[in-house]
Design a protein around this ligand. Structure first.
Ligand code: G3H
Ligand code: 13P
Ligand code: ZN
Length: 314
């Protein structure tokens, strides 16, 4: 199906508006009915454009039919400003499949490949996507990743500002994800004093004036959720995210899409743990999943307002 049949939009106008008006569109990952409806309710209540992000593993978890059935169930209209985005597409085939299902935006993640191979695969995806009016994100530089849920991965390399013009020109992509010190997961910084590399971001923005830049691994890791999880039986210590002032500063420097997954995971888990601890005799999944959903909704609202600055930008 075509994404317009679902009332979705691609990210083209979204990003040009975000850059001209100085905000970022939140790209929130979802993986079930609870997280999807929480994100959508937050977007609707704040009149904010939104990107619904789905990883390949989340697609597998939901199943294509259930995933697209839920998107259909949102009964969207293009004026709602909602994009459905494949997060970290690992191959041409994965992107092609997402486009066929009705995604309006795809990321091809060739960031671990040598420059020329990254160009090649990103260009191939861009050609297919553009033939379907779908927008494409690709990545230069690599983020440190999650080794497991509780450890800090160290393999990373910053984006080289000298490469970005050539990459964008040769690939024809619509937005570029860059590495300036963020990382995936809940363990992003070893100390509170670590700063993102704003010097690199400034150099990239100067090379590509007005061009949409994307920040992955940008969760803020709200400490109230970390503390609640630990209070009610969890064991996640030392989890640290990107402080909101740094994220807001990045938004002022052409970052127009901020990816958030870990914050929703923490919010959801804190809600579930808190609910089960408060009601030890409860066993109705709607109660504890509902508590998780409410937390995700509140966190998305908060980040749309205090980090993305996208409230009332629809
Ligand atoms: O950037 C990665 C996202 O957080 C997706 O993670 O593959 O576990 O769904 P996942
Ligand atoms: P976080 O782990 O910081 O939420 O990053 C999510 C992300 O980049 C999804 O692509
Ligand atoms: Zn990511």
């Amino acid at each position: 199906m075509k994404y317009t049949d679902f009332g979705l939009v691609n990210t083209k106008n979204m990003f040009s508006d975000a850059i001209s008006r100085g905000y970022a569109v939140g790209a929130f990952n979802f993986y079930n009915m609870e997280t999807l409806t929480a994100i959508m309710r937050a977007a609707r209540d704040t009149h904010s454009p939104i990107i619904l992000a789905v990883s390949e593993s989340a697609m597998k978890y939901m199943g294509d039919d259930m995933l697209m059935g839920m998107i259909g169930g949102l009964k969207l209209n293009t004026v709602d400003g909602v994009a459905l985005h494949l997060d970290h597409g690992s191959s041409f085939e994965a992107c092609a499949h997402a486009i066929e299902l009705g995604f309006s935006s795809v990321m091809i993640d060739g960031s671990k490949l040598p420059f020329d191979e990254n160009v090649k695969i990103s260009r191939r995806v861009a050609e297919l996507a553009h033939a379907n009016d779908v927008t494409v994100e690709a990545e230069l530089g690599t983020l440190a990743g999650i080794e497991d849920e509780n450890t800090f991965g160290t393999e990373s390399s910053y984006t080289n500002p000298h490469d970005v013009i050539e990459f964008v020109k040769q690939t024809g992509i619509d937005s570029l994800a860059i590495a300036i010190g963020t990382s995936h997961g809940a363990y992003k910084r070893k100390s509170d004093t670590e700063e993102l590399r704003f010097d690199i971001l400034a150099d990239i923005a100067a090379e590509l004036p007005g061009y949409p830049l994307v920040l992955h691994g940008a969760s803020n890791i709200p400490q109230n959720y970390v503390n609640e999880i630990n209070e009610f039986g969890g064991e996640i210590s030392g989890a640290r995210g990107i402080p909101a002032p740094q994220l807001r500063r990045a938004v002022e420097m052409n970052i127009c899409k901020i990816n958030v997954d870990s914050d929703s995971r923490l919010a959801f888990t804190a809600g579930v743990r808190g609910n089960l601890a408060a009601k030890p005799n409860g066993f109705n999944p709607r109660d504890y999943l509902g508590a998780g959903r409410q937390n995700v909704y509140e966190n998305c609202m908060n980040e749309i307002r205090s980090i993305m600055n996208s409230e009332n930008k629809l």
